[in-house]
Design a protein around this ligand. Structure first.
Ligand code: GLY
Length: 395
């Protein structure tokens, strides 16, 4: 793995002592989330919430984007933590839509099959032993595997594999799609999925992470020679800035790969990128939409903050008990979570059918800026589940 600098945590004192956040307060926040899910249960029965809200209200959309399974994942989390059958029935009903999507290969020209099928079908299989869901997720893994470019050792993110604009382009978000492949190897016994995921994560570490431990959003590889080309952004402020959600995908995605590969270098790398992230948080611990901003009027991205909480907690699990970083990451996760609960939830925005305010989907695209984003809601729920019980990831 290439040399990546470690800034360390610059203000360690902030993360030395455990924050005030109590389990009761987290349970209260979860109860609020169940209420919002109940409110949406009828609306999003055969449809899904839009990627981002408009005026903090999600619209109904079909199963076409990269995001519908975040809602289904929320249903499965609610079922797992309450045991209430209404959530299981709602989650199961949605499996049909995911079956159709993969069977008809509609909107499947994307690496986001991992997000889509981990949260809708792997979750259903893990929680209820649903064999149909298992098969659908395996079919999705086969489609994702087709996107693995052998010569370059990466999974192409977007578009047709022959599209010159997208050819050989990997993106940091893809780290969250790899668990579908690792899982598929485990249940099918076919190691090709594992090999592809393990190669992709190594390439991501080498090329998406810069020497200062910040990240490119996207990076192009030459698919014929396998040589690296250049990094660029799609949703960040600039090609050479550090898109906050990308960094958060890294903080969560690398330790998830560690779970399956046991490659200790991935945890070392996670620490470096997590430290870079923590060193650029504003006073309330919720990042701006790009880490180039640390103060001022730019928008926050609460969804990146929620992803980072899950990632910090996951990384902390894999650090030795005596490593001070373990406690510091747990404390940092709780500080961010506390801030999200107190200042970013829709608790005092009764018109909203979302959970987390002040997320940004794409600032350069002027899409979903300062809105609720459905993945932010999912990761907020997952973060609360993680701190209130011993949770086995669907990832
Ligand atoms: N995976 C797309 C995004 O984070 O916006």
């Amino acid at each position: 793995m290439k040399q990546v600098m470690d800034e360390g945590i610059l203000a360690t004192s902030k993360y030395e002592k455990a924050p005030r956040l109590t389990k009761e307060r987290c349970m209260e926040a979860l109860t609020f989330i169940y209420g919002q899910i109940d409110r949406n249960l009828e609306t999003f029965k055969d449809t899904f919430p839009s990627e981002a809200s408009t005026g903090n209200i999600y619209r109904q959309v079909g199963n076409t984007e990269w995001t519908p399974a975040f809602w289904t994942g929320m249903l499965w989390l609610a079922y797992e933590t309450t045991g209430n059958e209404k959530y299981r029935l709602a989650g199961e009903k949605q499996i049909e839509s995911f079956r159709q999507r993969v069977e008809e290969q509609r909107y499947t020209n994307t690496h986001d099959l991992g997000f889509l099928y981990t949260l809708s079908c792997v979750s259903a299989y893990k929680l209820t032993g649903n064999e149909e869901a298992k098969q659908i997720a395996l079919d999705a893994a086969e489609l994702l595997y087709i996107r693995y470019l052998d010569q370059a050792g990466i999974i192409q993110a977007w578009g047709d594999l022959s599209d010159p604009k997208q050819q050989g382009r990997m993106i940091i978000d893809c780290l969250m799609n790899l668990p579908l492949l690792y899982w598929a190897s485990e249940v099918s016994g076919d190691t090709k999925f594992y090999e592809a995921a393990a190669s992709h994560v190594r390439m991501s570490a080498r090329y998406l992470i810069r020497e200062d431990a910040s990240s490119f959003h996207t990076f192009y590889m030459d698919t014929e020679t396998g040589q690296p080309k250049y990094g660029s952004t799609a949703q960040g402020y600039a090609d050479d800035s550090c898109w906050s959600r990308g960094q958060a995908w890294g903080i969560y995605g690398f330790p998830l790969s560690y779970r399956y590969t046991g490659d200790a270098e991935l945890i070392e790398l996670t620490s470096k990128i997590a430290n870079y992230f923590l060193n650029r948080l504003p006073a309330d611990y919720v990042c701006y939409w790009d880490l180039i901003f640390t103060e001022g009027p730019e928008e926050r991205d609460s969804s990146a903050a929620a992803i980072a909480v899950c990632g910090l907690l996951e990384a902390a699990k894999h650090l030795p008990v005596l490593d001070p970083l373990k406690r510091q990451y747990e404390n940092a996760a709780l500080l961010i979570l506390e801030s999200l609960i107190e200042n970013y939830m829709t608790t005092h925005t009764p018109e909203s059918n979302g959970i987390l305010l002040h997320a940004v989907y794409s600032k350069p695209g002027n899409n979903g800026v300062d809105e609720c984003c459905i993945w932010g809601d999912y990761y907020m729920q997952e973060a609360l589940v993680r701190v209130t019980r011993d949770w086995k990831p669907y990832w």
